[in-house]
Design a protein around this ligand. Sequence first.
Ligand SMILES: *[C@@H]1O[C@H](CO)[C@@H](O)[C@H](O)[C@H]1NC(C)=O
Ligand SMILES: *[C@@H]1O[C@H](CO)[C@@H](O)[C@H](O)[C@H]1NC(C)=O
Ligand SMILES: *[C@@H]1O[C@H](CO)[C@@H](O)[C@H](O)[C@H]1NC(C)=O
Length: 146
Amino acid sequence: MDQTVLLLLTVSGITASMSEIVVVEEGSDATLPCSLGNNDSIKQKVFDWKKDGQEGRQEVFIYARGDYYGKGMDGQDQQFRGRVFHFAEELKNGNASITIRDTIVADSGNYTCIFPDFDPHRKYYVWLTVHYILKDRSAENIPGKS
Ligand SMILES: *[C@@H]1O[C@H](CO)[C@@H](O)[C@H](O)[C@H]1NC(C)=O
Ligand SMILES: *[C@@H]1O[C@H](CO)[C@@H](O)[C@H](O)[C@H]1NC(C)=O
Ligand SMILES: *[C@@H]1O[C@H](CO)[C@@H](O)[C@H](O)[C@H]1NC(C)=O
């Protein structure tokens, strides 16, 4: 069950920026919202999703004027390969949301959606929590299973 709530983040009492919280259960899909908030097309723009990690930021997804990971681009973090998709039909509405399929607990963390074409860059924040669920994991632990 996807659940999204809004959080008001106050940084040093001066800047207030909206951050979204997304909570899902392990194994389900998570949609991370990001939108310019007007209806201007971003088909010819760039947006870059990164995740804060212990060893710096991980590359989650990049869309660059029609190219993206899996189509004409590489450099995506191994953890996200083949699991992250944008919404092609939504680009014309300025919507840079992505879906992470088949989430794992390690996907939990803070994500930033960056539009580098703007000066200063536009950034949006999403905090994803993937809940561990009890299930039979014996099939995952068979030695030698690829
Ligand atoms: C964007 O387009 C939708 C659908 O046409 C409309 O409902 C919405 O009000 C528009 N938003 C802005 C910010 O123009
Ligand atoms: C962006 O697209 C996603 C996927 O269709 C949708 O869930 C979300 O509501 C859209 N966001 C806006 C602001 O329209
Ligand atoms: C995500 O960011 C919030 C606000 O900056 C912070 O309180 C929280 O600890 C971060 N979560 C993780 C998993 O890093």
